[in-house]
Every structure is written in structure tokens, then in C-alpha cells.
Ligand binder design. Structure first.
Ligand code: TRP
Length: 458
């Protein structure tokens, strides 16, 4: 019988949460590891001269990315609320909740084009199964890709399937959907990527690729290298978009924020390096220039698969990995928007997912069509796809990241940070470490964000 005095009425049902520390880690790492690692990182390394870029990137992840990640974690876990509600709960007086709304907007834009690229992944996995890359040259592969991406029906179907699968996982909830899926897929992804890296590293001529990745050539470094590295650190760690706030809100008080945050950053970086090892040695072994740009994954690699002994199997594994990585990220982006919708509009999870999917399907369809039939429609000289990409990755994520560190560093302040990082004194974290983190959150991270923002927008 239902007790009328039960603390959990229909409205205040218990919030979902992660079941274990490992679950939190794989979910966070699952969000961070995505197209950013398998597609964006390798081509940026290629365009920016290899090892020197990687070293700068590592420095930025540690000194700037990690403090922002920790700040978002503090906001989420302390408030136990979704992106907008989190700011409202911790600072009911100000207008800080606008930062939460911007994060939700940012995720809406990200998911719209991310789902289109995820859809391309589905098409390429099917192509791999059909051995469509069994013969070909680079121009042929480039035509194959642009023919597909600019067409109407195929990409829309793939976008629908990708978004549908993302929605199915999120409907099942945090513990039974997101956590369970990530727990199985992340280890699988890791194994596949290691396998691909071994295949690539054992090719004749692989050594040049290894040198490229690990022997820095500082003469290639320009101010653009620093900007690209910092932007990539933001994108790859999914910062400034409410993801860590939302996942952090499903984390229990006993977890160690500094430890899980560091492990997430290490896992994300490790995946990027493994992806580099899977791609660059093969690129060099086949005498291709590493600076091929964004087409690297969908045109250069299929060409390599066509030439490689047993390339058909390698192609299947690569696009399977790409798809898994994209899915564990897309579920996190959708969860930010769904958690917000549940909380703000008092909807059930199912209804919230349906509503969000409807909106994102339409926006994503516009992104996809903007590469083909809607190509002439431009805003600020960009088609819708590029506009969403730019507005989220280059504008909203930066503003979001800046607001987060200012909020935690200056509004919440030192005692709250200490309290959260030590779990109210339960964890022994050395004072010098706490003070270093505080310094990075208060000064270095905001300054670095301001610098990239100024360079990007001017
Ligand atoms: N980090 C993801 C990747 O590397 C992409 C991403 C960017 C993201 N911003 C996000 C994921 C916000 C979740 C939330 O592919």
C-alpha cells in the first residue's frame, strides 16, 4: 500500500545515479572519447606538425582542461541537479543559471551535427561490410564520400538511426542505460583500437609515422598550434557544455573528484594517442601526406584499407570503433538536454527523450541537407552544419567553460572547493595540491580561455 506520508511522492521520485566508481569513469571517459579522438585529433596532429603539437596538447589538458573538468564536477555533485538547476541551486540570487541554459543550447547544436557525422559512420560501417573499399584511389574515395554526404535520403536515414539508438540508450536511464552501455563498449573500443594500432605499427615503413608522432619538430610551432591544441583539449574533454555537471550530479558523495577527473583526462588522452598510432604509421607507410585535413578518416583511410593486406577486416573494425566512440559521446550530449527537460518541465524520462529527439532530428536534418540541397542557405557566410559546429565548439563551449571556472573559483570559492575535493575532510588531499588546483581554476584557466576567445573571434 502506498504510504501517503512517503517522502517520495510522484513528483519527487528518487534521482537516478551511477552504480559504481568504475561506472562513473567509463561514462565520463565514454563521453570524452569520441569523434574528437578518432577523427579530429589525428588530422590536427597532421596539420600542426606532429609531436610538438601533441606535447603542447598534453600541457593544456593538464593545466587548463583538468581544472575546468574538476570545476564542472564540483557544480554537478554539490547541486545534484541538471545543468540549469545546478547553478540555480548553488546561487539562487544571481543570474548564473543563464550559464546552464547556454550549456543546454550548446549540447543541442552539438548533437544535431554530431548525429549526422555518426550517421556517416553507420554508412561507412555498412560499406566496410560490403567490401566497398576493396579497390580504389584517393580521388575515387573523395568522390565516394562527397557523393554520399551531399545526397538527401541516405544521410537522413543514417542520422535517424544514429539518433534513435542514442535515444533508446538514454531512455533506459543513467544506471541501466548509460552506465551499462559504457561498461561494455569502452573496454571493447579499447581492445579494437589496440588491435588497429598494432596492425598499423607493424607495417613496413611505420617508423616514419612513429617519429612523426613522438619526435617533436619545434620549428613547425606557430601561435595557431597553441590555439588548435587548446580548442582540441576543450572539445575532446567535452568541457563547457554541461556534460560533466550533469554526469557529476549522478555521482555520490563518497567518490574522489580529483581522482576520477584525472583518470578521465588520462583515458581520453590515451585514446587519442592510440588513435594516432593506429592512423599515422599507416598514412606514412602508404606515402600519403599527414596534413590531409578533415577528410582523413572518410577518404584517406578507406584508400589505405583498399591497399592493406586484410584491409577489409581492418576497415570493419575501424568504423565499428568510430561508431561506438561516437555513441558513448552522443548519449552524454543527449543526457544533458534530457536531464534539463525532465527538471524544468516536470516530464517523465520517456516524454523528455521523445521531445528532445524531435527537436534534434529536425535540426540535424537541416545540418545534413545544408551539405547538399540546402547548400545555398548561408548565415554569416556559413552553411547550417558549419554554423552549428562553429557556434558550439568555438563560441558556446568557451563561454560555458569561462563561466564555470569563474563561478567555482570566485563565487563558490576556496572553502567550497576544499570541501568538495576532500569530501568534507574525509579524503586526505595535500594542501599544496588543493592550492594549485585553486590557482589554476581562478587564474590560469580563465586567462587561457580569454586568450583563445580573442584570437578566434577577431
Ligand atoms: N568529447 C567528444 C569527442 O571527443 C565530443 C564533445 C564535444 C562532447 N562536446 C561535447 C560530448 C559535449 C559531450 C558533451 O568526440
Amino acid at each position: 500500500m502506498k504510504d501517503a506520508n512517503s517522502p517520495h511522492t510522484a513528483h519527487e521520485h528518487q534521482r537516478d545515479s551511477f552504480g559504481s566508481s568504475f561506472g562513473v569513469l567509463v561514462a565520463l571517459a565514454g563521453s570524452a572519447v569520441g569523434l574528437g579522438n578518432l577523427w579530429r585529433f589525428p588530422y590536427l596532429v597532421g596539420e600542426n606538425g606532429g609531436a610538438a603539437f601533441i606535447l603542447i596538447y598534453l600541457g593544456f589538458v593538464l593545466l587548463i582542461g583538468l581544472p575546468i573538468l574538476i570545476s564542472e564536477f564540483i557544480i554537478g555533485r554539490r547541486s545534484q541537479a541538471a545543468a540549469r538547476g545546478a547553478f540555480r541551486k548553488l546561487a539562487p540570487d544571481g543570474r548564473w543559471h543563464v550559464a546552464g541554459s547556454l550549456a543546454v543550447l550548446c549540447c543541442t547544436l552539438i548533437l544535431s551535427f554530431y548525429s549526422v557525422v555518426g550517421g556517416w559512420g553507420i554508412e561507412y560501417l555498412i560499406k566496410a561490410f560490403r567490401f566497398d573499399f576493396s579497390s580504389g584511389n584517393t580521388p575515387g574515395m573523395a568522390t565516394m564520400f562527397s557523393d554520399f554526404a551531399t545526397s538527401t535520403t541516405g544521410p537522413l536515414i543514417c542520422h535517424t538511426v544514429f539518433l534513435g539508438v542514442t535515444g533508446l540508450i538514454v531512455i533506459m536511464g543513467v544506471k541501466n542505460g548509460i552506465e551499462k552501455f559504457s561498461k561494455v563498449m569502452m573496454p571493447l573500443l579499447f581492445v579494437i583500437m589496440i588491435g588497429l594500432a598494432v596492425r598499423s605499427l607493424t607495417l613496413p615503413g611505420a617508423k616514419e609515422g612513429i617519429d612523426y608522432l613522438f619526435r617533436p619538430d619545434w620549428s613547425k610551432v606557430t601561435s595557431g598550434t597553441f590555439l588548435a591544441a587548446l580548442g582540441q583539449a576543450f572539445f575532446s574533454l567535452s568541457l563547457g557544455s554541461g556534460m560533466v555537471i550533469t554526469y557529476g550530479s549522478y555521482v555520490k558523495k563518497k567518490e574522489n573528484i580529483v581522482k576520477i577527473g584525472t583518470e578521465t583526462a588520462v583515458a581520453d588522452t590515451l585514446f587519442a594517442l592510440i588513435a594516432g598510432c593506429a592512423i599515422m604509421p599507416a598514412v606514412f607507410a602508404f606515402g600519403i601526406s599527414p596534413g590531409e585535413g578533415p577528410g582523413l578518416v572518410f577518404t584517406t583511410l578507406p584508400y589505405i584499407f583498399s591497399q592493406l593486406p586484410a584491409g577489409g577486416v581492418v576497415a570493419i573494425l575501424f568504423f565499428l570503433a568510430l561508431l561506438l566512440a561516437a555513441l558513448t559521446s552522443s548519449i552524454s550530449v543527449l543526457e544533458v538536454i534530457v536531464a534539463f527537460t525532465i527538471e524544468e518541465f516536470h516530464l517523465k524520462r520517456k516524454g523528455a527523450v521523445a521531445l528532445c529527439l524531435g527537436v534534434i532530428w529536425v535540426l540535424g536534418a537541416l545540418c545534413s541537407l545544408s551539405l547538399g540541397v540546402l547548400g545555398d542557405f548561408k548565415v554569416f557566410g556559413k552553411n547550417i552544419f558549419d554554423l552549428f559546429d562553429f557556434a558550439s565548439a568555438n563560441v558556446l563551449m568557451l563561454i560555458g567553460g569561462l563561466l564555470v571556472v569563474l563561478f567555482v573559483g570566485w563565487k563558490l570559492g576556496r572553502s567550497v572547493i576544499h570541501d568538495e575535493l576532500t569530501n568534507s575532510g574525509g579524503l586526505k588531499i595535500p594542501v599544496w595540491l588543493l592550492d594549485t588546483i585553486l590557482f589554476l581554476i581562478r587564474f590560469l584557466a580563465p586567462a587561457a580561455i580569454a586568450v583563445i576567445a580573442i584570437f578566434q573571434w577577431i
